[in-house]
Design a protein around this ligand. Sequence first.
Ligand code: NAP
Length: 309
Amino acid sequence: MTHAIPLGLVGLGTIARNQHLPSLEDVPAFRLAAIASRNASLDGLPGYADIDAMLAAEPDLGAVSLCTPPQGRFAQAAAALRAGKHVMLEKPPGASVSEVMALDRLAQAQGVTLFATWHSREAAAVEEARALLAGAMIRRVRIDWKEDVRHWHPGQQWIWQAGGLGVFDPGINALSILTRILPDPVFPLSALLEVPENCQAPIAARLSLQTSRGAPVEAEFDWRQTGPQTWDIHVETDGPEVLLREGGAKLFVDGAARISAEDREYRRLYARFAELIAAGQRDVDLAPLQLVADAFLLGERQMTEPFHD
Ligand code: NAP
């Protein structure tokens, strides 16, 4: 039996409390050993104002998990990597593609693991969808990712600022699944980005993409959806018709329900982080973030009415 790796967690916000803390209790490979938070503390755990103070005071930490917003994550990750720690990044892995490439090189030079996580890829039905599509000719893909930002992101200012991604903050989850399940690469042809006039990031986006074999992929991301929420990916092929619903938790094949399972995404992420560390490997797939960056490169921006929480 190997010893649990002491882990320091940075940023005690929504995702840290809802997913990281309960998952860490269930994954024996790690032991939560310290917290870095500007505002919060946890009973019985050493707490520090920021990651630099945590790294200085806790030399025995083996790993660091960053649950902060993407802007500012580079400096935190670089500090942890330079201190020789294995690092796990929330999605999106950074505020730009090139900063994450720089982190990956730093991790390689330091000989430590960098894991850029994509939690939606760990949803229950994603791997089965990938297997079904492995030998298929893709005919058409349709993504609908529509949710109510006021419900899911109340008071979060960073998502509206540059590098916060706006509606691509959830939308990148769809793109992380898409790039996992399709047998061919995809790239955007055009994008329409609706940006509230008081924000720097889009509240809605429509993307037209194409697979490398020419199949159209239409994606609609919208943060203004009240009522039922939609996280669907529909793939038509020359073989089975594959529909992922509820963010990859449910799978329908040719209209028939095949998988519906409980959410274990973050437990699987921490288990995978432990495997990567044990194997001395890194896992940094930038494809989803690259698609978002390309959508910004190609996108036509349309101003919309101001957004107020
Ligand atoms: P959040 O609720 O705003 O929490 C982020 C935490 O990071 C804050 O509570 C704060 O913790 C710390 N922080 C450090 N610098 C900050 C800054 N300049 N502005 C705001 N917070 C700062 O955000 P979140 O929803 O947890 O999202 C964090 C990351 O997880 C994002 O990349 C997001 O895409 C990802 N994620 C979120 C969800 C979700 O459902 N919310 C799901 C999956 C992934 P301290 O006060 O402790 O310092």
